[in-house]
Design a protein around this ligand. Structure first.
Ligand code: MG
Length: 296
């Protein structure tokens, strides 16, 4: 047995396998474990709705519809959900009482493209990607133009407002921080629509409100790395066309978990943060891991 196989096996709870928890969506994205509800919330983007899987009962329901094509989301420390809306071309907040407010939708005089995925930095700021998928794919938003002419990664905080932090990725998509917050990982999915060569994950050093030292971290060879999640030991769990690919902090692939549908995104959750929830085309899956998501 090789050391790689040993490491691979040790990341999955023995005797468990991939479980399909829900199906019936068109394109599933943006999963988030809601600890106070013990539920997973995720987007069915073309269905223009937010779905909810309840851990206690296993039931699936529509949390909200007519949502203007939400995509990725993250939990704010205050208990609200910060989410990306393609249709409203903004980052927005859904409070626990269901009220929706805009966080940011403009960079100077220009509208954002279609925010895709968001992560909270250690300083509490929101870092989000802004590719153009929601304005070039009619079933994922509304047709529009790139008003500022590019696709950036932005940082937003109440104190500093909106600032671009990464500008060297053709189509920035998934985003996640390392456990100590000193590295940010951003995926480039440009190859999916022929917008560029990107089918990889890049890494950047984070120093306060700035990112620098951009470098290649790992490539996905089947499909693209859409959403990603990081575990407590700094491994990066990436979506791909053929399943989940897991990379060590130095970028070596340590595990591949086949999934029978194209995977768009992943998040850690469950009561102890050890379950990996996987949004894959029509379905939501769960994988029991022996690690824990960063931040749990
Ligand atoms: Mg995405």
């Amino acid at each position: 047995m090789t050391s790689g196989a040993t490491r691979s096996e040790s990341l999955i709870v023995p005797g468990t396998s991939l479980e399909r928890l829900a199906s019936g969506a068109t394109w599933s994205e943006g999963p988030l474990w809601m600890p106070h509800e013990r539920a997973v919330r995720w987007s069915d983007i073309p269905g223009d709705r937010i779905l909810r899987w309840d851990a206690a009962t296993g039931s699936v329901s529509v949390h909200r519809d007519g949502v203007e094509f939400t995509n990725g989301r993250t939990l704010d420390p205050d208990g609200s959900v910060v989410q990306c809306s393609h249709g409203r071309r903004r980052l927005e907040r859904e409070a626990p009482d269901g009220s929706l407010t805009e966080i940011v939708g403009m960079w100077g005089e220009h509208r954002l493209n279609s925010p895709n995925d968001v992560a909270v930095a250690p300083d509490g700021s929101y870092w989000f990607t802004d590719p153009d998928y929601g304005i070039v794919q009619p079933d994922e938003g509304h047709p529009g133009v790139r008003e500022y002419g590019d696709c950036r990664v932005f940082r937003w905080s109440a104190r500093d407002g909106l600032t671009p932090v990464i500008d060297d990725i053709d189509r920035p998509n998934g985003i996640a921080f390392s456990p100590n917050g000193r590295t940010v990982y951003v995926t480039d999915t440009a190859a999916s629509l022929g917008d560029g060569p990107g089918h990889w994950i890049r890494a950047y050093d984070v120093e306060g409100a700035e990112a620098s030292g951009g470098r290649h971290f790992a490539s996905i060879e089947t499909g693209v790395p859409d959403g990603i999640a990081v575990d407590v030991d700094g491994r990066v769990w990436s979506s791909a066309g053929d399943g989940i690919h897991v990379f060590s902090p130095d970028g070596h692939e340590v595990l591949v978990v086949p999934v029978p549908e194209v995977v768009a995104n992943v998040c850690f959750g469950g009561d102890d943060g050890t379950d990996l929830f996987i949004t894959a085309t029509t379905s939501l899956y769960r994988l029991r891991t022996s690690t824990t998501g960063a931040g749990f």
